[in-house]
Design a protein. Structure first.
Length: 400
């Protein structure tokens, strides 16, 4: 047998020891790659949410339940409906420090025969909108005609198909890319179309108590502040000058998400650190134990002419092969789990969750592999170095 074949023969000959080292290398890379992928996906989801909000301030009807309702749409895709008079838009535009303002209208559909599916519809005014259209153009470069809708990535329909809301057919003209937020479960349309849908919902007995003339009501106002404005001060001016509204900075709406992300980051970081340290310690112990078991083997190799450096390289190659197999397997398992169960992960975390693209995952996998391999090989360096201290003659005389 050639010397280069010895690492494989040794690994196959000691299946229990090799399996243990393989398992700990797997756990090491799985924890590093899985933890990093989780945190990266959460941060990407938060950035996606902040980008999609697009405004400096969001104005809604007053009442604590409204803010919670708006967040439930943005974060979780819950169906929520609330309204205020359209006159609030003109009043907001007249507030000193407001550069732009655009109204949106929300409508929650039913899970019944009059609607294809129960979801949230968001109507916007193309003439004044500055928050929705900038990112809609990535997936839809046309003009929304009356009756046209654009659906989120999680809605089961196809472009060119038809969805029915309150018995009103709507044509699907585009489907948005995934955002990792509740907006993936929303439908976007023009404000004219959603007013027709609200009228139809009233005829169906929905919204009857809330609305008398659908065209006179809106749900929220997206506000862009003039350059240099203090946003907290502007929120106070809006609430003072416009009756019965709540003005909220978009950053404050995502602060809860940021806090949740920080909490998850700490937990994941601690868990990864514990697993990482445990795996390294155990791997170092297993490698050191092999020295006692293999003293005679190394002594025989020395008698046959193998140098101490060559025997050390033999141990390092064994460590490299078993660790490489474990690290690759760990990354593969973490990636398979993330791709298969990311909707469940997002639901359990209650936070925006958006997996990185192929390039991002590839770079993360390379980083995790290099980091895990470096740590694993460092754990075996002590074993390789201790080989130089073996007294070949003494071991052979003792029969060890």
């Amino acid at each position: 047998m050639k010397f280069t074949q010895l690492p494989f023969a040794n690994l196959l000959g000691k299946k229990g020891r090799s399996a243990a080292l393989f398992l700990f290398a797997l756990l090491l890379s799985l924890s590093i790659f899985g933890g990093s992928l989780l945190l990266l996906s959460l941060r990407k989801g938060l950035r996606s949410l902040e980008y999609r909000l697009g405004a400096d301030i969001i104005v809604t009807p007053s009442g604590a339940f409204v803010k919670k309702g708006l967040e439930s749409i943005l974060l979780y895709g819950n169906r929520t409906t609330f309204y205020m008079p359209r006159s609030r838009l003109e009043e907001t535009l007249s507030v000193d420090g407001v550069e732009k303002a655009s109204a949106q209208v929300f409508l929650a559909t039913l899970s019944s025969g009059c609607c294809s599916v129960g979801l949230q519809i968001i109507g916007f005014d193309p003439a004044s909108d500055f928050t929705v259209q900038p990112w809609l153009t990535k997936d839809f470069g046309g003009v929304l005609e009356k009756g046209d809708v654009i659906i989120g990535s999680k809605i089961l329909s196809s472009v060119g198909g038809t969805l029915k809301f309150f018995d009103v057919p709507c044509k699907v003209v585009a489907q948005l890319g995934e955002t990792g937020t509740g907006l993936d479960n929303a439908v976007y349309t023009s404000i004219d179309t959603i007013q027709d849908l609200i009228d139809a919902s009233i005829r169906k007995g929905v919204n009857e108590k809330m609305l008398k003339g659908a065209g006179r009501y809106i749900s929220s106002i997206m506000v862009k502040a003039e350059e240099g404005q203090d946003l907290d001060d502007l929120c106070r001016r809006i609430e003072h000058d416009v009756k019965q509204v709540k003005a909220v900075r978009t950053k404050s709406m995502t602060s809860g998400v940021s806090d949740g992300l920080a909490g998850v980051s700490k937990v994941v970081g601690v868990m990864v650190g514990i697993i990482w340290l445990l795996c390294l310690v155990v791997m170092a112990v297993v490698f050191s134990m092999t020295i006692g078991e293999r003293k005679k083997e190394f002594a025989v190799l020395r008698v046959m002419g193998a140098s101490r450096k060559k025997i050390s390289s033999l141990v390092m190659r064994e460590a490299f092969f078993v660790n490489a197999g474990g690290c690759i397997s760990g990354i593969f398992l973490a990636l398979l789990f993330a791709l298969s169960f990311h909707p469940l992960i997002k639901e359990s975390l209650n936070l925006p969750f958006l997996l990185p693209g192929v390039a991002g995952m590839t770079l993360l996998a390379i980083f995790s592999f290099v980091f895990s391999m470096t740590a694993s090989l460092l754990a075996s360096c002590g074993t390789a170095a201790s080989i130089s201290k073996i007294d070949t003659g003494l071991i052979l005389r003792e029969g060890n």
